[in-house]
Design a protein around this ligand. Structure first.
Ligand code: SF4
Ligand code: SF4
Length: 412
């Protein structure tokens, strides 16, 4: 695919796939998929005693602003209230966002007027902050954006911060937040905070790609072990990136890849039981996961996602997931951070890989460039000596050097 192509929504992806490879029968099946929706289900969210819907709204799509340009972003901004209302109508009951996701707090806050009691709010002082007054000020601003006097679930986003914890304790004492959490890509970071008794909930990336059988060297027990430990400690678990971080639509533009062509043929055979729902079904079959925060760009996607609730993952879905992962795994960084200590140049490899993902897979080109521009020169890809140590360390066998080179070309 051309790196400059804009990202696709999942719906567009399906429509394009239909037109290009799948035929009219697939269109009909896809159109019928939402009709298969079961009723929303709820799970106990650990010690919070909240009952969270299995599917809720994640707002990373808010990062798209500049990539889409004012018109495209305004379309998303205009649709977000309708997405929220549809989700609530279908029984969904939580939204997860952060101060860093542009003005999604304000949009959602306005959209939930009159329905505040139906929504569990998760938000964060994003990016992570290390001083208590700033974090308290961020929370006060979030309260204003949501037109509420209490944020249900407040979390440190991306990494732990003791200043966040100190601020969160003060805010909780003042009744301005109820529960404290952490979102991190690294299970060990979650575990340390749970062990210290600081968390009510965690956001952990969890999807079929993270645990696929061909990543045998990946420490599977780490994530599963974290979830079991959270269960034991009565800490709520949210799956973030349940669909692998919107990887599919842009990756699937490369139809010259025979594995992609094979996957599209499988989608045609499966009809309405398509890949995105299979990804959600796979996550939700884990009883130690309470819910999935799902990025939704359109009302149709909200309907499509909720239709995955209550459905059983069949053998044919497993095959579809395996085929997808087989095609995608060589390009997919799990952001496990295993490679970081191996790099003598101190390059923050997972960060660069993440910015590359924002650019190529999310289509958030300007956001990605801005993030990369903020990396100190001595930590950028230009400092790489191509020693290969990171590739030796990577449990997922990624060709890191090539990907870093590509990232620099796209982002610098
Ligand atoms: S490049 Fe490999 S080792 Fe490094 S974060 Fe990604 S998956 Fe983990
Ligand atoms: S190849 Fe480059 S990024 Fe990888 S460990 Fe060596 S210097 Fe670091």
């Amino acid at each position: 695919m051309s790196a400059e192509q804009p990202s696709l929504t999942r719906r567009h992806f399906l429509e394009q796939s239909s037109a290009a490879a799948l035929g009219a029968a697939w269109v009909a099946h896809t159109a019928q998929a939402p009709g298969a929706s079961a009723e929303m289900r709820y799970r106990r969210f650990g010690k919070t005693e909240l009952k969270v819907s299995e599917i809720g709204l994640g707002c990373a799509t808010g990062l798209k602003s500049r990539m889409l340009g004012p018109e495209g972003f305004n379309r998303y901004r205009e649709e977000l209230p309708a997405i929220l209302h549809k989700l609530l109508d279908l029984g969904g009951n939580f939204v997860a966002t952060g101060r860093g996701y542009h003005d999604t707090e304000e949009i959602l806050g306005n959209a939930m007027k009159g329905r505040r009691q139906d929504v569990i709010i998760f938000t964060a002082p994003d990016p992570p902050r290390d001083d208590v007054p700033t974090i308290i000020q961020c929370c006060e601003e979030s309260l204003g954006h949501f037109h509420t006097d209490c944020i249900d679930c407040y979390f440190s986003h991306g990494r732990w911060s003791e200043a966040f914890y100190e601020a969160a304790l003060q805010l909780r004492q003042q009744g301005k937040i109820r529960f404290i959490g952490l979102s991190s890509h690294v299970p060990a970071e979650h575990r340390a905070c749970v062990e210290a008794g600081k968390l009510d909930f965690v956001f952990q990336p969890y999807n079929y790609m993270a645990l696929a059988k061909w990543t045998e060297k990946f420490d599977r027990n780490d994530v599963e072990g974290l979830f079991a430990y959270c269960k034991q400690q009565d800490v709520g678990v949210i799956s973030m990136k349940p669909m692998t971080g919107h990887f599919v639509p842009n990756w699937a533009k490369d139809r010259s890849n025979p594995l992609v062509a094979k996957l599209l043929a499988q989608l045609q055979q499966f009809g309405a039981e398509h890949l995105y729902q299979a990804l959600l079904m796979w996550v939700l079959k884990n009883p130690n996961v309470c819910c999935a925060a799902v990025g939704m760009s359109t009302v149709a996607e909200a309907v499509e996602d909720c239709a995955a609730v209550g459905r059983r993952l069949a053998q044919r879905h497993e095959e579809l997931l395996e085929l997808y992962a087989e095609a995608a795994t060589g390009d997919y960084c799990r952001m496990c951070e295993t490679c970081i200590p191996s790099c003598p140049a101190g390059i923050r490899i997972p960060d660069v890989m993440r910015y590359r993902m924002y650019y190529k897979n999310y289509g958030h080109c300007d956001d990605a460039r801005e993030l990369y521009a903020a990396v100190p020169a001595e930590r950028r890809v230009t400092a790489c000596t191509e020693c290969g140590a990171c590739q030796q360390a990577c449990p997922n066998g990624l060709a890191i050097i090539d990907k870093l080179r590509e990232a620099h070309r796209l982002l610098a």
